[in-house]
Design a protein around this ligand. Structure first.
Ligand SMILES: *[C@@H]1O[C@H](CO)[C@@H](O)[C@H](O)[C@H]1NC(C)=O
Ligand SMILES: *[C@@H]1O[C@H](CO)[C@@H](O)[C@H](O)[C@H]1NC(C)=O
Length: 316
């Protein structure tokens, strides 16, 4: 076993033991960083911050039972988006995350939303050193850079539902004359929506605008993946709340890297837009606010995302 792997194993598998063996363990950051350029975090305007609310509600509704989503009577998130027409629901909420697809007349948009998962389970899975990376399917991600790899579990989960979802997306584009496709999700669902954003950007006609808005998303792939994503997806926001640990896993030391588009919520009322990838040092962005999982707050994973709490409590 390499020394670094051993160290990481201690850090992530047994923090108490690690603290005894390495009293300064919390000095060990998520990554050995190489800052590329100074990053400017700019305050998000009140309008731009308010604009995330509908997407937070779509991501929230993805946690609700399919029968209540199908009739758009899932409680608060459904009531917040009147007139939305769901045309497909799926997944089982166990092995396969719940999802839904529908049409949003107000924006002439097809919306795809994916359910997330329990953050404690996600943290356990994503800090498991047995996590594996794999290459991207060229049919779903045509032209992907060689060397690009993603988290194997996410890619498997993605490929288990994507053909059903994309048939419905294409059907709605034709039948409704939709002009855009929006992918959203929270947590693991955010990772799936990130993959949707890339796949649709690569495969849908260029007349269809693709937008992705995700919440509390873990890292999905390696640096080659992130660079390819950044050059092919033009409208993407990755929203992180305060000291949520999920956006810093899997660690950069395992070869993972975030795509661009971070919005970091700094408190209940304000957020900043963080330019660049997640390898810079800006004080108000996630990478410095959450230097490692011991200096995080798992409760921040659920929100509030400008007033919207996202998780299994969405549907009551
Ligand atoms: C812990 O870190 C402090 C300051 O960085 C240093 O002075 C101290 O020697 C370190 N302790 C150990 C056991 O390495
Ligand atoms: C790639 O994705 C396509 C479309 O979903 C599927 O038919 C094909 O089997 C996948 N290829 C591999 C190697 O998994």
């Amino acid at each position: 076993m390499q020394p670094f792997t051993f160290l990481a194993l201690l850090v992530y598998a047994n923090s108490a033991l690690a603290a005894v063996i390495f009293p300064n363990i919390t000095d060990i950051r998520d990554v050995p960083y190489t800052p590329i350029s100074p990053r400017d975090a700019t305050a998000l305007s009140a309008d731009a911050f308010a604009a995330i609310i509908p997407f937070a509600n779509f991501a929230c509704a993805a946690y609700c039972p399919s029968d209540t989503v199908a009739t758009w009577e899932c409680g608060a998130p459904c009531s917040a988006l009147p007139g939305f027409e769901v045309t497909l629901t799926g997944g089982d909420g166990a092995g396969t995350q719940l999802f839904y697809v529908g049409y949003w007349p107000e924006k002439s948009a097809v919306v795809v939303a994916h359910q997330g998962t329990d953050p404690k389970k996600l943290i356990a899975d994503l800090t498991d050193l047995n996590l594996f990376m794999q290459g991207f399917n060229n049919t779903l991600f045509p032209g992907m850079t060689s060397g690009a790899e993603g988290h194997g579990g996410f890619l498997e989960q993605y490929s288990s539902t994507t053909s059903t979802i994309s048939s419905e997306v294409n059907r709605l584009i034709s039948s409704k004359g939709a002009t855009s496709v929006i992918a959203t999700g929270h947590s693991l669902g955010g990772a799936l929506a990130e993959l949707d954003s890339l796949s649709y950007s690569l495969t849908l006609p260029s007349s269809i605008q693709v937008k992705g808005v995700t919440f509390g998303t873990p890292r999905v792939g390696n640096g080659q993946y992130a660079a390819f994503f950044d050059s092919h997806v033009s409208d993407f926001q990755r929203i992180n709340n305060m000291k949520d640990p999920v956006p810093i896993i899997p660690g950069r030391f395992l070869g993972f890297s975030h795509v661009r588009g971070e919005i970091h919520i700094v408190d209940a009322e304000s957020a900043v837009a963080c330019s660049g990838d997640d390898d810079d040092f800006d004080d108000s962005c996630t990478i410095k606010t959450v230097p490692n999982i011991f200096e995080s707050a798992v409760g921040d994973h659920s929100g509030p995302y400008n007033g919207v709490m996202i998780g299994s409590s969405c549907c009551v």
